[in-house]
Design a protein around this ligand. Sequence first.
Ligand code: GLN
Length: 446
Amino acid sequence: MITLKEALSKSKDELDALKVEMQTKAKEGGLNAYIGFETSGEGVPILIKDNIQVKDWSVTSGSAILQGYVAPYSATVIENLKDKGFSAFGRANMDEFAMGSTTESSFYGVTKNPHGTDRVPGGSSGGSAAAVAGGIAIAALGSDTGGSIRQPAAYCGCVGMKPTYGRVSRFGLGAYASSLDQIGPITQNVEDAAILYDAIASHDEKDSTCSTLELASITENLDANRKLTIAVIDNYISEASQDIQDAYAMSVQKLEEAGHTIVHKNMANTKYDIATYYIVATAEATTNLARYDGIRYGNRVEGANLEETFRNTRAQFGDEVKRRIMLGNFVLSAGYYDAYYVKAQKVRHLIKDEFNKIFEEADLILSPVAPTVAPKIGASHDPLEMYKSDMYTIAINLAGLPAISLPVAKDAEGMPIGLQLIGKAFDEQAVFDGALSLEKAVNYTK
Ligand code: GLN
């Protein structure tokens, strides 16, 4: 597949032919990465995760409850794309309401990993990553609440970037956990990620959490030769598989050889990351999902009275979504609110402070993205085990930081291994500069 950069110089006819080719290949390939082939306007086609609204397209967040729902307006990111010569093309499969790490909770069935079709592509943006890695999308948008861009990118061997919280508008994104969600690019390489990031980042009056801090073009200032100080968290990597630890050690060495300064650090609060995230995220999710009641939104399943209609309608949620609604209600309920929700908010601050402390001495932090390569389809049946696999990604959302995941190696079975570079809030430039340098140094071959 041509890169995003190359696609920008193609004519309308060439791009139209490419869309036909992508659609044919996607249908024949059996990855189940696309759940629709809608097209909107002209320009370089970008695959859109099924929780981002494109006017007049169906948008379902991978759920039964939103079947038949048509977006009345476009998300700000979609408007931004249009202004920069891109267009929305196709809807990408995802875990229901972006809750999951495997894309197995989708109403449309699991997406397959192009590097091994018995493997999951990761999640929740599994359709976006599988399509880019499988050569059936030039680039895609995903959303990342606790790793849903970076982890599927790592599992599929492509690049995934989560912007600083507030850098990209959430207007028109189906909300999972509003204080954590960010939309970001999934691409074939780091430069494409920078181009797509530049296209979607903006101020937005329609999203009050969108920053008004000045925006500069990352792409124009990309510098792979910039020398950075990169922290490695020594006590943080021992829970990753041996293959991932080896890839990590190799990458640290390559970064050093490339002239970067490596500093060794420890983090004390990482053991609280998963508990904190699953309290904050489920509390916000339960509130955000209350609107799907069959009256205001969604696919109504009529009952004998209003309460039965609510029950029947909400019974359409899948097990994982129901589990999180229950957990979220529990941590917000009187009697448990202080013990869980308020406590989690305090720990969230400690996690943020710990990152800031490291950033007093470092520009970036290098970390694994996931403790293993992509698991087999059907292997992630224990929810708690699945939550634990988010151990490397979720703290970054709790702290609101930017991070990029890129492939650095493969294991013996040819499964990609990704690592992430985490940056200071709003320092996307260092994140992309470092990633470009690491991409060159490891020379990963697809
Ligand atoms: N796997 C995490 C969760 O299930 C992250 C999902 C996401 O980033 N949307 O919550």
